[in-house]
Design a protein around this ligand. Sequence first.
Ligand code: T1G
Length: 699
Amino acid sequence: MSAANASPLVTSADRPGGIRVLTIDNPPANAISLALAAAIIAAVEAADTDPAVRAVVITGAGGKFSFGADIKDFANEPPPGSKSVQDVMAAVERSGKTYVAAIDGDALGGGLELALACDYRIGGAKTNVGFPEIKLGIFPGAGGTQRLPRLIGAADALTLMLKGDTIPAADAQRRGILDEIATGGVVDAAAARAERALADAPKRRLSERHAETAGFDAAAAHKTVPAEAKGGLAAHRLIDAVAGSVELDFADGLALERRLFDELVRSAPAAALQHVFFAERQLGKIPKLPPSDALAVEAAAVIGAGTMGTGIALAFAAAGIPVVLIEPFAEQITRSKALVASTFAGQVKRGTLSTEQAARYAAAITWDAELRAVGDADLVIEAVFESMDVKKDVFGKLGRICKPQAILASNTSTLDIDEMAAASGRPEAFIGLHFFAPANIMKLLEIVRGAKTSAQTLTTAVKLGKTLRKFAVVSANAFGFIGNRMFFDYVREALYLLEDGVAPERVDRVAKGFGFAMGPFATIDLSGIDVFWHIREGRPDALGPKRTNIIDRLYEAKRFGQKTGAGFYKYDGVNKREALPDPALIALAAEEAAKAGIAPRDVTDTEILERLTYALVNAGAELLEKEIALRPGDEDIAFIYGYGFPRYRGGPMWYADEIGVGTIAARITEFGWPLSPLLARIAAGAGTLAGYQAELTHA
Ligand code: T1G
């Protein structure tokens, strides 16, 4: 094969018979950046003008086709005259040559749109295709909303694009997105397909087809997605674009798609979701962490088979890591086994797990009453009662019986990691792994580094977080770490609002109206008021300066929340999980506020929202200043995945920049709270939180 003109982003090679192979090579994602778009267009135009070229195969290097347009390009207006991903599709569309996409690995977003602009599509065993754009607050904006409906029907195309799911090769072939799944190399299969096409059907443009409309109902679809102001903006616009594929000719449909896409791509939700995308990928990048090889975690042990311990074991089993649950009480082991069985049975019933997978995962979990059953576990996590004495006793024993290089971890949510590390006798191999209940479902994991945690232990924990498919946020060792520390200030303001005479259901309504999955009072009732009472016992100022005895009264009355049928709400309806306003609570709160000399106030919904969200921002800034959190984006991820902050608002710290740090600092000052010095400095300089990175002087 002779290599024709080569460009670092696209290489071009000619095969016998006039088949030119264009290989996209833009690691790590073959993302179609502005530069790559220009390079592809140049290569397409070169092939167009070369009479020796009869057909073109487009493929990707590095075992992937393309993960789509380069998300980094969306933040700013493209320079004048730059080539766009839409220009790439237009160049392929204009070409008279036969185009075959050779898809090895993933073709996502603009990558799949490039494949759809081709006449034929050949996949491989590892191929996945999909349009994940909706997760970024946008939609396929390079012909996807017009070509996919013409290929698989408007209804199915809309469903696939609204969900943003990635589908495997066999499913893609069944739907007609892939013409063939190569048994050997995809490029060879694509070249062969090109030869056959030249003989009988060289061009097969989707733009020349009509979209099947069976089952497509735009009006009905609009009713199934969230309101535009509640994260549904992109979904509504996507429905409009797909409607265009049915109602308009291709050119007009493409123009509609482009107009709607351009409106969306720099909308606030899109910018927020793109921030979340990159913040998720920053988590594992620890500044000043000396390079170190992660230890292999091939066997784990969990001490304590309660709900948390069993959930942690489920997470390990689902990640393919055998785990022994160590529990001295037989009836607890029985309950743990039942929880494991019911969890897998439920997943099989819902179709999220096959029977074989469930059996494999279940076999990875064993139980034992003896601590020595930790055996040669590479990692041992305790999930015992939240008492420092109990934990230190457990770690003292583990430090003596675990193999020398085993890592010891605590699942504590508030206790001092360094104190436990010292008790273990191996502080370098000690770390906090704070899972969120239910540990097999919640995506957030806090990795808490002790003062003596080694680089290898931390590196191992970060890699373990990825293996467990968690968003692992690294925190320094301090009360409440990151998520709970911010949450406690959020709870403080919720309680203060109750003391000011605002009903829990009103506070929660405002929080849910903002986009929180649950309001603060429903969340506290779910966790348990007793948990907060115990936290306050250990740390009286945990929820800010105590003003009333409301929490004490609820604790004494055993009004712990959902688990006792009453807390800030009552749960005595038909559905025992339904939070019902409780006049008795309102009376109790008013009585305690009066005793504390707190007069009821008229509080607006705006102030409610400001106090809840600005409490998070102020606490988050404190954590950055004290170098407990590494980046604002880490705190955003913690609050999105741990506490239900709306993803489409980017997280509390991203939201702060949207509101303006100066505005927030002024309101915090009006509220009379101690203003974070970092917020004050940023406000004074009219700066932003984005991009702030702790100096890590302690690293
Ligand atoms: N743009 C820029 N960088 C990207 C990228 C993209 N599309 N996809 C991945 N990366 C980077 C990522 O930041 C990381 O970089 C590295 O590649 C490895 O990714 C016009 C407008 C496919 C599920 O939404 O969801 O096309 O941290 O760590 O865990 O219609 O990558 O190493 O420096 O995530 O195996 C649509 C986004 C774009 C797919 C693989 N496409 N990517 O996960 O690897 S918009 C997407 C992902 C679009 C057109 C529209 C994931 C993945 P670094 P990774 P992974």
